[in-house]
Design a protein around this ligand. Structure first.
Ligand SMILES: Cc1ncc(COP(=O)(O)O)c(C=O)c1O
Length: 382
């Protein structure tokens, strides 16, 4: 086996984009290291106003915001939750932790989002929630999903880990479900290393969400002077990030126009310069429906087979370029099989999971990097 050369273009590289250092210094000097300090408030308000969401609570990760979904929806053992098999493990774990049975949906072949046309066949009297995962920050078909769920009074929630500032029919992703979750992990458009947010679109859930995030206590009400002592009032955990992380995040979010502009150019560069090669090699590029404004989170290519996909990743690595694949179908994982998942249950997921390769995409990538990637891809002949 030939040794790989040093990496020239990494898949991801988190960078400072604004006042991160200054804001973190301020948070440290204010000697307010724990959560819900001034930076937590400012970052939450920026998201509330920017997206038009009644209440945003920062969390320690998107995974934890998803776990809060399951607590807020009172998911009980035996309840069923419908979600795509083509997603990150946290989407499913959050509900399984509460004893729910996951019901895996297949995805659409075009957007790789939950296939709403098959949704009704998955609903049973035990269905409590449907999780819309906006893959690559391209909106799921929310009108249909909400209509189907509404008929059976099933909650719709959004895993919007990829989709901050993306829109479906002119409305921000994360504002459709009763709850939505964001990720600020270092691979996302905006980051604080590890972090997330819970978007609450139903005001009736705000108070309980604050309690769950504060270890099951009414401490938030205490700090606002609404009660004279705080105590244990519900189940909960510790989902509140440090104000130092919120300071970092605020600086990132303040640069949203600059960041999103850069990412749009990266996405358009790949899309423009990769037109001939896919046509000649039966490779498929991402599809963005005309009524969706994507979040420019990632760029992927779909190769004709798993062998060719692995071949492309190895070929790029030989040129010092890092590309990655995901997700392994959840229904075929050890846990998925424990819940009854079988080969053939979600054929599109099974196929796409073998075919997809993600190209380098981050806030520091340069035009020279992009040319290197495009030229290396074009030299991959088969
Ligand atoms: C669709 C999806 N949901 C949830 C997560 C979990 O995010 P976090 O790392 O912030 O917990 C990820 C992570 O990449 C993801 O891709």
């Amino acid at each position: 086996m030939t040794e790989n050369p040093p990496l020239q273009v990494s898949f991801n590289r988190p960078i400072l984009v604004g006042n991160e250092n200054e804001y973190m210094k301020q948070a440290i000097e204010a000697a307010k290291f724990s959560g819900d300090g001034p930076f937590t408030r400012k970052a939450s308000e920026l998201l509330e106003q920017g997206l038009g969401v009644p209440k945003v609570l920062l969390t320690t990760s998107c995974t934890h915001a998803l776990e809060m979904f399951a607590l807020l929806l009172d998911i009980q053992p035996g309840d069923e939750v419908i979600l795509p098999s083509f997603t990150f493990v946290s989407t499913v774990n959050a509900f399984v932790l509460r004893g729910a049975r996951p019901v895996f949906a297949d995805i659409r072949a075009d957007t790789l989002n939950l296939d709403e046309s098959r949704l009704e066949t998955l609903i049973s009297p035990r269905t409590k929630a449907i999780v819309a995962v906006h893959y690559a920050g391209v909106g799921c078909e929310m009108d249909t999903i909400l209509e189907i769920a509404g008929r059976s009074q099933i909650a719709v929630v959004e895993d919007n880990a990829h989709g901050l500032f993306g829109k479906y029919k002119g409305r921000y992703l994360g504002t459709f479900g009763v709850l939505a979750a964001q990720s600020f992990h270092e691979t996302k458009n905006f980051t604080c290393g590890e972090g997330g947010a819970l978007l609450i679109n139903d005001s009736a859930l705000v108070e309980r969400a604050e309690i769950i995030r504060e270890k099951g206590t009414n401490r938030s009400r205490f700090f606002r002077g609404q009660v004279d002592k705080y105590s244990w009032v519900d189940v909960g955990s510790s989902y509140l990030p440090s104000d130092i992380l919120a300071a970092f995040l605020l600086a990132q979010l303040e640069q949203r126009e600059k960041v999103q502009n850069h990412r749009r150019k990266v996405w358009e560069f790949y899309n423009e310069h990769l037109q001939d090669w896919p046509r000649e090699h039966s490779v498929r590029l991402p599809y963005i429906p005309p009524h969706c404004e994507q979040s420019y989170h990632m760029y992927y290519v779909l190769l004709p087979s798993q062998e060719l996909r692995h071949g492309l990743i190895a070929h790029l690595r030989q040129q010092g370029i890092e590309s990655v694949f995901h997700y392994l179908p959840l229904h075929l994982s050890a846990m998925g099989q424990f819940f009854g998942g079988q080969l053939g249950d979600c054929p599109v997921t099974e196929r796409v999971s073998d075919q997809l390769a993600r190209l380098p995409f981050h806030n520091a990538i340069t035009e020279q990097d992009l040319w290197s990637v495009v030229e290396a891809i074009q030299a991959y002949d088969f």
